[in-house]
Design a protein around this ligand. Sequence first.
Ligand code: ADP
Ligand code: MG
Length: 389
Amino acid sequence: MAQTRLGPLGRRTQTPRADATTPAIVFDRVGVTYGRGRKATTALVDFSLRVAGGETIALLGPSGSGKSTALGALAGFVRPTLGSVRLAGRDVTDLPPARRGIGVVLQSYALFPHMTVADNVAFGLRAQRTTRREIAPRVAEVLEMVGMGGFGSRLPRELSGGQQQRVAIARALAIRPAVLLLDEPLAALDAALRQSMLTELQRLKEALPETAMLYVTHDQSEALALADRIVVMNNARLVDVDTTENLWKRPPSSFTAAFLGGANLLPCTVGRVSGTSALVSVGSRTVNAEAPYPEIGQPEWAPGSPALLCVRPHALHVVSTRERNALTATVSAAVWRGAVTRLVLALDSLPDVAVQVDVPGHTPFEHGSVVGLRLPEPAGVLVSSGHSA
Ligand code: ADP
Ligand code: MG
């Protein structure tokens, strides 16, 4: 239901809803600097993003890359130094958080400890002056949605961490927000619980097909599991943004290749290019590689120029040194990880590059032993060595 508000000129205007042409969320060249002078920290630089209604975007990047700052700028916790944020076409840059109509879930559940679960969930509704008659069924509905139906009269301290986080999600959903922001919501949970909560978040996403979600995480598996598109962040900047599949299969930058999936980036030289495939030389071998069409503004793959060959650890195979076309490598480390053993190899022809290879099971390898390394076909995808972000 569209609410009636007083517009900037005092006229009564309808709050626009996101539709096919108006994005649910717009960040327009947002910059954030904390503090002043010598103590100033630039946390976000020229950040622009459009999110459609119903779309789930993961903001993925290492700690300190500006993810929470971006989320905070949209929620109203952080004041942008530059640029603006819009919700359903409406500039909300100067609006207080409570008037933005956004649902927010943080890593620390931030439930009110002295209030029951039901009162916690009803909090936003009361602030919005929802009638009492509407509140009870709405609270019951959202608690049901997160699997906490029977828990309304408990206090937060009578719940486990996972249950508290479900209540925090229910509280965020109670106001039926068009936009839901989640900042590392699973980071405080143990590994097994994180996995089951991830499945529930997937279900929740399906149950809310019109809600735009912004999901902050440093964990690539959460981003891959939930997001339609991933925004990769580093050093206060947006490095890449694309669908999860595109970023995984054809990472546009070496940073994204390494951060999303821990790819090996082997220095190579581009040879003949035809369409989207290229011959490249890696160490002492010439192999086929995928050469995706460059993005607008990026140079083409030029024969003779240096590039990086992106190969994931699970795609490489350890073979006999006598196998034809195998590269020769020396084992410098072997770590058993349960389902696989992660080997670190030094290639004879590229001794400075540590190549990570996953071999199935618990396979003991002696440090210093010499093995063959077989590249897949095609051997990998080319990544520009120029802009690493
Ligand atoms: P992330 O969520 O990706 O870990 P943040 O957005 O929290 O990163 O932080 C980005 C940068 O801004 C970091 O260098 C961080 O130390 C700094 N920062 C965050 N919040 C504040 C603040 N309130 N005051 C000063 N610096 C801050
Ligand atoms: Mg953060």
